[in-house]
Design a protein around this ligand. Structure first.
Ligand SMILES: [Zn+2]
Length: 68
């Protein structure tokens, strides 16, 4: 059973928040970001707290968590 506090997305475990550097285990506002760049096929995953991500996003962009 996966819920908002244990979800890991496409990777097998929670990644540290790429903004604050803190552990994200058990946090409900965890998000997973995928980075790619042309022309390569490599993919990099970054974890973050949604609140911390929102603090650095440009005006008009916002990440919301909807728990089901
Ligand atoms: Zn954080």
């Amino acid at each position: 059973m996966t819920d908002g506090t244990t979800w890991t997305g496409e990777v097998t475990k929670r990644l540290r928040c790429c903004i604050c550097g803190e552990d994200t285990v058990g946090d409900e506002d965890y998000v997973l970001l995928r980075l790619t760049a042309a022309p390569g096929a490599a993919t990099q995953w970054l974890g973050a707290h949604a609140a911390h991500l929102n603090a650095v996003l440009a005006d008009g962009f916002e990440v919301e968590i909807h728990l089901m």
